[in-house]
Design a protein around this ligand. Structure first.
Ligand code: F6R
Length: 367
């Protein structure tokens, strides 16, 4: 049942190329310049009238929404807010019929996310669910469902569901952009071409697992560590940190790289591992200055970046992992794979139950 893998999590990490392909299949026209989502009830008129988007979810699905925000804001130029589902209802969110609420849930059964869906609907919003389970409560109650085709996810730590959610957000963003005329056909086809290359590129990262395992064994000796990044890299940092805490029980924090010096830098001392996500070109230089700040305090820095920046970065960091070249909009779908493997091998090195971490359940049906 584990298909020859030692754990479901490792199997599911390896299933990501397929999950990407399956989630894209049938949703791109033959010319490769248009996203087609016939399953959506959302009308062209409704899409044109959307004034704001609220993405609501828990845990890893929330983290996928952070990337989703950046995708939708970049592609469609509509303001997007992210909310943790258990907070959303209680903050009296400002929802109107021109609000698109997107709930994200692998299982489709998370109680807080379901409650958020109902809150959105009660305020007249159209609620679109991104979920992996077609017959789930969330899928049944939502006004629209965009299914991720990741296949069943058994390991408690979510991997292929998260990355499939990123693919779904990209498709949705491109679709909305087309309706609202915010991206040209050339831009759309450039992004779609890059998306088609992702499954192969994930394989390239999977091929680095021995090196990632070595690094995981190194960090498994530490009690605390930090993830830093800017923009989408920060969103991925948050997911990497959650994944690591969840299954290795090593304490970590994810910080917006520029925010460290507002307090957290006090925690950086000799030998503390810092994992720096450095894939977003537009802010690379700024991230490098933040790397230098932690290096100056003795941190041991590992960077995740593109091949072309490795030589430069290795002047400021101790080691680096490379992700294949893609568009800035899509780097999260690759860099997170390195962090999933890192969490997996750290948990393994510490002898924990990777697929069933303590205190956690796969589906959280209580609020
Ligand atoms: C972490 C993890 C959880 C879930 C969260 C939401 O790896 O799996 O954080 O992402 O409980 O679950 P769903 O997506 O089923 O609503």
């Amino acid at each position: 049942e584990k298909g020859g893998y030692e754990h479901f999590m490792l199997k599911e990490i390896h299933e990501q190329p397929k999950a990407y392909r399956d989630t894209m299949r049938g949703r791109i026209n033959a010319e490769g310049n248009k996203v087609i989502l016939p399953e959506l009830n959302l009308t062209v008129e409704q899409i044109k009238n959307i004034r704001n988007v609220q993405i609501v979810a828990c845990g890893t699905a929330y983290n996928a929404g952070l990337v989703g925000r950046s995708l939708i804001e970049t592609l469609v130029r509509i303001p997007v807010e992210n909310d943790i589902a258990s907070e959303y209802r209680y903050r009296s969110p400002i929802v109107t019929p021109e609000t698109l609420v997107i709930v994200v849930s692998q299982s489709g059964e998370t109680a807080d996310t379901l409650a958020a869906l109902r809150e959105g609907q009660a305020n007249g919003a159209h609620v679109l669910a991104i979920t992996n389970v077609v017959g789930s409560s969330i899928a049944r109650e939502a006004n629209d469902v965009l299914v991720t085709l990741a296949g069943p996810e058994i390991a408690v730590a979510s991997t292929k569901a998260y990355t499939s959610q990123l693919i779904a957000f990209t498709l949705l963003g491109l679709y909305m952009a087309e309706v609202r005329g915010t991206q040209t056909e050339e831009q759309v086809s450039e992004i779609l071409t890059a998306m088609h290359a992702l499954p192969e590129q994930v394989e390239e990262i999977l091929a680095q697992k021995e090196a990632i395992k070595n690094y995981a064994e190194q960090i498994s000796k530490h009690k605390h560590l930090f993830f830093i990044g800017r923009g989408v890299d920060y969103a991925v940092a948050q997911e990497g940190s959650l994944k690591l805490k969840e299954i290795s029980y090593i304490h970590s924090e994810a910080y917006a790289a520029g925010e460290l010096k507002h307090g957290t830098l006090a925690l950086i001392e000799e030998g503390v591992p810092v994992i720096a996500l450095a894939t977003v070109e537009s802010v690379l230089e700024k991230t490098v200055s933040n790397i230098k700040e932690v290096k100056a305090r003795g941190a041991d820095v590992m960077a995740i970046t593109h091949e072309e920046h490795v030589t430069d970065l290795l002047r400021s960091v101790d080691q680096a992992f490379v992700i294949p070249k893609t568009l800035p909009l899509l780097t999260a779908t690759l860099s997170v794979v390195t962090l999933q493997l890192l969490a997996y091998y750290a948990s393994l090195a510490l002898g924990h139950d990777v697929d069933k971490p303590r205190n956690l359940a796969k589906s959280v049906t209580v609020e």
